[in-house]
Design a protein around this ligand. Structure first.
Ligand code: TYD
Ligand code: MG
Length: 456
């Protein structure tokens, strides 16, 4: 096979150079040149655009009505929480990227999944990261049936695809995308060019053959230069595996999914025998205090398709320096600054000389505005050193005019809180359920920040 021609292409302006240089001669941008295949030679990979979804590559205009719409076939992974983030199981021919810090449990969950799938499908585990012995030991530790587990220790993409073409697995796991390389490029494995081109080849193979492929991608602390980010647009589904290193709980989040809802959350616990789905995730994000403490409030957040109770903690403390700190963990920092300004302007409560720290307990990340009211209540509670009732939940968006705005799925949030034993709620008026819907709960609907302050 003739070597395909490669060139260094600027990510900013698309200019080509024969050699790598630090600065693009065309647009002057620094460090934007990436080695790229210019003229692919193999017929199977004739054009990067040849891989349409179900393997048809006839370039003929079709009416959408002519296309037969088969329901995507989904394979259960054997782990309910993983199926949930996938949108109801693994879709054949799809490419799923699983990103996460090293040691978070990516290899573990995929080996468990392979073992489950292998009972009825052909599933191939391609390990470029660990030796067969290491994978074998893990399988033994996880108490999996090693007879069913097929392993390929290989890092060359062309070799892997040649084996896959003969073995024809229904599911293939590439662990990890940073360790494989394609012969078409000279760059080192793990470089942006290699990661991107290797993933493109796997994606084309998946679409052509109907094999579902899991790609493992490490997220590196320092900017994730060749990490999963560069692949997000190429694959069908992107799952990020997160968790505090000192906690045994892991959260998997779908940040992109062509076959299901995004922001869906799966919760797992790392046990002696691998990862297990957590069936009642609300319970783990609440730290049950024996007595009420100041600065703590429970909110109901909405993650994907289900509500989740999360404790928001705040600490407001006299500022020692000139610049008061606004620090958030699991919440957006700018939003905190904005909320404190609203509290000052519309509530007359100034924290300009205070450091404010806010934390979402359990390492969960909350991106939605429904946390606003909880953040304000927690900060206020800590500032005044007065605890809020332990059976109270709060949620709602706070606007710049001091108004409390509704959030989606209000009633479902309240139901979840009631199920977990909460008896009181402060919520936006527009989210208040009809009378008698939640009998055991005292619900206080609010429209203005001043009403919240009065009721606290
Ligand atoms: P691993 O799947 O190797 O992480 P990744 O592939 O994301 O780098 O997970 C390794 C961690 O999981 C390691 O710290 C040990 C722990 N672990 C358990 O606690 N129980 C188990 O059954 C297994 C297999 C691993
Ligand atoms: Mg691993």
């Amino acid at each position: 096979m003739a070597k395909p021609r490669t060139a260094y292409v600027c990510n900013e302006c698309g200019a080509q150079a024969a050699q790598w240089v630090g600065r693009c001669a065309e647009c002057g941008a620094w460090n934007t040149l990436v080695e790229t295949v210019i003229a692919p030679v193999t017929t199977t990979a004739r054009s990067p655009r040849s891989g349409s979804f179900s393997g048809h590559s006839d370039s003929r205009v079709q009416r959408l009505a002519e296309i037969t719409l088969d329901e995507a076939t989904r394979l259960p992974s054997g782990i309910g929480e993983l199926d949930r983030v996938l949108g109801g199981g693994l879709v054949t021919g799809s490419v799923v990227l699983i990103g996460g810090d090293p040691g978070i449990g990516k290899s573990t969950i995929l080996l468990q999944t392979q073992a489950y799938l292998a009972r009825e499908q052909r599933a191939l585990y391609v390990s470029g990261e660990e030796s067969p012995q290491q994978v074998g030991l893990r399988a033994q530790r996880l108490d999996l049936n090693r007879n069913d587990l097929h392993l390929l220790p290989e890092t060359c993409v062309e070799q892997i695809l040649a084996v896959a073409a003969t073995e024809q697995p229904q599911v293939m796991i590439i662990d990890s995308i940073q360790t494989v390389f394609t012969e078409r490029l000279q760059s080192a494995p793990g470089s942006v060019a290699q990661v991107r081109e290797s993933a493109a080849q796997f994606t084309r193979f998946a679409k052509r053959s109907g094999t579902a492929i899991f790609l493992v991608g490490h997220v590196t602390k320092e900017g994730a230069i060749a990490g999963p980010r560069v692949l997000e647009h190429m694959v069908d589904t992107v799952l990020y595996f997160e968790g505090e290193s000192n906690s045994r709980y892991r959260v998997m989040r779908a940040v992109k999914n062509r076959f299901g809802p995004v922001n869906e959350l799966g919760v797992f616990a790392m046990t002696e025998t691998g990862l297990k789905g957590v069936s009642n995730p609300s319970a783990i994000f609440l730290s049950r205090h024996e007595a009420p403490v100041a600065g703590s409030v429970i909110m109901v957040t909405w993650e994907g398709t289900r509500p989740l109770l999360v404790e928001i903690q705040a600490l407001v403390d006299g500022c020692q320096g000139h610049h008061p700190r606004r620090i958030t963990l699991g919440l957006e920092q700018n939003r905190l600054a904005m909320l404190l300004a609203v509290l000052h302007r519309h509530g007359g409560i100034a924290m300009g000389d205070q450091d404010v720290y806010v934390n979402a307990v359990g390492g969960v990340r909350i991106g939605e505005t429904a946390a606003d009211l909880a953040v304000l209540c927690a900060a206020l509670s800590s500032f005044r050193d007065r605890s809020l009732p332990v059976d109270l939940v709060v949620f709602g968006e706070v606007g710049l005019a001091g108004e409390i705005r509704p959030v989606p799925n209000g009633e479902e949030r309240l139901r979840e809180a009631a199920k977990q034993g909460f008896k009181r709620a402060i919520i936006p008026r527009a989210n208040a359920p009809r009378q008698g819907v939640l009998k055991d709960m005292v619900i206080q609907p609010v429209t203005r920040l001043s009403e919240v302050l009065d009721s606290l």
